[in-house]
Design a protein around this ligand. Structure first.
Ligand code: NAP
Length: 350
């Protein structure tokens, strides 16, 4: 294939939801890494429009209501990356199609309940089929899990994990808003946290606290227990009974405001001006271990996360098959190093 430029040479990857905001970055990243994306999604017109700007790529319309169309979309592909949310609707049918095709499945779901469903409904069958199914292989879920796993080092258990999100702002895509609405409905408007080794639904009012992010960010106000997909990915393989995620107040306010605009490109790589610092702190007794990631634009960096995952699956750099999150499937420190320059990471052991 003439398009192949790098180590991914010749491998084809169906991108379901290819014309969404995140899907486009995944398509571009696949091409950059020498893979051949097959453009899929439910709207043939939007797929053709995308193909016009990505010449030479095949278009394969498919609907989650039509398994045969998904089989055509995955026919001959080496893997599928699902970027179409809400994943409460799309994950199960696309995983079923991946299992029928016998190919790896990676998604970018940030929906706690949908991610849990993937573990619950597909663990046995994916393991029996010898197929890798990696949910939440994205900024939320996957990155926090890689950071926490790397920070754990040689610890086999810990008392508490906290993932603190220092986002400068959060201009959400329509897909993010829909995911939030769907998850909110599923939990009847209640909030959720992971404590004492399980998910707990509750109605406690959100609280604010000051989080001492490393310099140069410094101490900032965060919404405590602003629960993200990390409460699924970390406990899926790490023995930590308390997992909390905190969100910078500015970003939480942006997300909840109905008039916050969608992200717009501010550089040649399509990145917005949003910057992030994610800090994972693992506590065991009085000892803490930390991992810190920095970068720009949470949607754009999701593409190298998902594509690096597929690349590692293709090259056999996996530790398990079946449904598993990033930190369990991959060598976390090595994976994080490979994300540079998109994301830079520091590990701190005290
Ligand atoms: N975990 C993370 O850190 C992370 C990062 C990035 C994105 N995400 C998630 O990824 C999803 C997409 O986000 P985005 O930023 O790309 O949003 P977006 O630009 O709004 O794109 C949403 C995509 O999903 C498609 N879609 C929606 N419902 C569908 C259905 N029933 N069947 C097939 N396709 C459907 C849309 O197609 P139409 O245009 O035809 O509706 C569109 O292509 C969201 O759920 C978001 O939360 C998560």
């Amino acid at each position: 294939m003439g398009l192949a430029l790098g180590p991914g040479t010749g491998r084809t990857v169906t991108v379901f939801g290819a014309y969404g905001h995140t899907g486009r970055f995944v398509v571009a990243q696949l091409r950059k890494r020498g893979f051949v994306p097959l453009l899929s999604g439910r709207d043939a017109g939007k797929l053709r429009a995308l193909a016009a700007s990505e010449p030479g790529l095949e278009v394969r319309p498919a609907s989650v209501d039509d398994p045969a169309s998904l089989d055509r979309a995955l026919d001959g592909a080496d893997a599928v990356i699902n970027c179409a949310g809400p994943f409460a609707v799309t994950a199960a049918p696309v995983i079923e199609a991946a299992l029928r095709a016998g190919i790896p499945y990676v998604d970018v779901a940030a929906e706690i309940e949908a991610n849990l469903d993937t573990f619950t409904h597909f663990a046995d069958r994916a393991r029996a089929a010898g197929v890798a199914v990696v949910p939440a292989m994205a900024f939320y879920g996957g990155l926090g899990d890689l950071l926490a796993t790397a920070a754990m080092g040689d610890w086999t258990a810990a008392d508490e994990a906290t993932i603190a999100y220092g986002l400068s702002s959060w201009h959400p895509t329509p897909g993010t808003r829909t995911a939030g609405a769907v998850s909110g409905e599923r939990r009847g408007g209640r909030r959720v946290r992971y404590t004492q080794g399980r998910l707990e639904y509750h109605d406690d009012a959100p609280t604010l606290l000051k989080w001492p992010f490393p310099d140069p960010m410094g101490t900032r106000e965060v919404v405590a227990e602003f629960t993200m997909a990390d409460v699924v990915t970390l406990p899926s393989h790490l023995s930590i009974p308390e997992v909390r995620t905190h969100m910078a107040s500015e970003a939480a306010r942006d997300l909840s405001a109905p008039d916050t605009p969608a992200p717009t490109a501010a550089d040649d790589n399509g990145r917005s001006d949003q910057t992030f610092l994610v800090e994972a702190v693992i506590r065991s007794g009085h000892t803490e271990r930390r991992a810190v990631a920095r970068g720009r634009d949470i949607y754009v960096v999701t593409a190298p996360l998902a594509v690096e995952a597929v690349h590692r699956i293709f090259t056999g750099r996996t530790r398990t098959l079946g449904v598993a999150s990033a930190g369990e499937v991959f060598d976390a420190p090595d994976f994080l190093r490979a994300l540079s320059p998109h994301i830079t990471v520091e590990l701190h052991y005290s």
